[in-house]
Design a protein around this ligand. Sequence first.
Ligand SMILES: NC(=O)c1ccc[n+]([C@@H]2O[C@H](COP(=O)([O-])OP(=O)(O)OC[C@H]3O[C@@H](n4cnc5c(N)ncnc54)[C@H](O)[C@@H]3O)[C@@H](O)[C@H]2O)c1
Ligand SMILES: [Fe+2]
Length: 389
Amino acid sequence: MTNFVFSTTRTIINEPGSARRLASICEEQGARSVLLVTDPGIMQVGLLDEALPGFAKAGITLTLFKDVEADPADSTVQAAAAQARVAKADYVVGFGGGSSMDVAKLVALLAHPECKQPLSEMYGVGNVRGERLPLLQVPTTAGTGSEVTPISIVTTGETTKAGVVSPILQPDIALLDAELTTGLPAHVTAATGIDAMVHAIEAYTSAHKKNPVSDMLAKEGLRLLSSNLMTAVNEGHNLEARSNMLLGALYAGQAFANAPVAAVHALAYPLGGHFHIPHGLSNSLVLPYVMRFNAENADAAALYAELAPYIMGADTPEGSAESVSEALIVWLENRIKETGLPTRLQDANIPKDAIPLLASEAMLQTRLLVNNPREVTEADALAIYTAAY
Ligand SMILES: NC(=O)c1ccc[n+]([C@@H]2O[C@H](COP(=O)([O-])OP(=O)(O)OC[C@H]3O[C@@H](n4cnc5c(N)ncnc54)[C@H](O)[C@@H]3O)[C@@H](O)[C@H]2O)c1
Ligand SMILES: [Fe+2]
């Protein structure tokens, strides 16, 4: 028997078209003044057009913060929180990918009338004090799982990404509306889908908090994600594939919220920070190389072999844990190639002489590295980036 604690978002609404009812859902929750956090891309494709008129009808004051950028800066969080305070918001909605949802989480904290803690003191694990405003998240990518994680990732200063991790950030409601994701461009579908797969893979091999519930979610998440990824990339309007991707990303999010991610994310973050490589793509670029490094550890190889049937299905070969694990890595490399994403750091325009800097910055992600199934030194990180180049 394993002792464990498992937490997740208390309400999950999974229904295509449900975002049209966003205002009435907020009304049911007692909202009077809503701050909705989103990004210009979401506004431009009109994803909010049908949801917004309902707020006035419900007599709810709506304030839109629509300036979230990819890999949001701490200054963006502060600007959104300032707007929420001016509007005396009593309810926060995050509507978008991980970037918008992560900003919404911190706004819910910073705009709470009793909040006295500055953002700068919140970074790290378990450092948040106080309360937050109620928070509903509507993901429009099938990727980060931020709607079910107690994590917010912010770019601090010029290039560094830092996380705020606290149970207080766990959202109250996750609203999954797959119709919102049918127009997601193929390359964003691919990158965010791989990000979700990485969440499940890293949760399953997580060194300290892996548990039977996170394992079950990681496996089922990977089954949904790997069997629907290519359909979602090639036939964006296939609602069934989109629904399965959104649910798979949610399961993967629930898994890694409780069994945290590791070296793939640690090595991915410096790529985002320095070269503005989207989060999913930076994970995808280093995934096979981190897995190959980890698989030299027999325990990690055994865990990868356990995951293989959920990812590869009928393609899973017979054989030793080492050989099945290597077959899985090759399978993933082939899928990434098929999606059309760049597969090498050089194809993503990263200069080779940046590798030492990337390796030394990856070492700063101690929050993540401690979860890796094999210890990663700076020399290892250097070798992994070089292999990925
Ligand atoms: N909180 C967590 O647990 C967690 C986990 C992983 C990553 N992250 C963070 O999340 C961020 C990445 O989030 P993301 O990958 O979802 O991307 P994103 O939120 O940065 O969005 C990427 C782009 O896709 C567009 N877009 C989103 N949904 C769309 C749709 N349905 N149709 C058309 N365009 C759409 C957006 O306008 C944006 O231009 C990073 O900052 C990363 O660090 C957070
Ligand atoms: Fe991620």
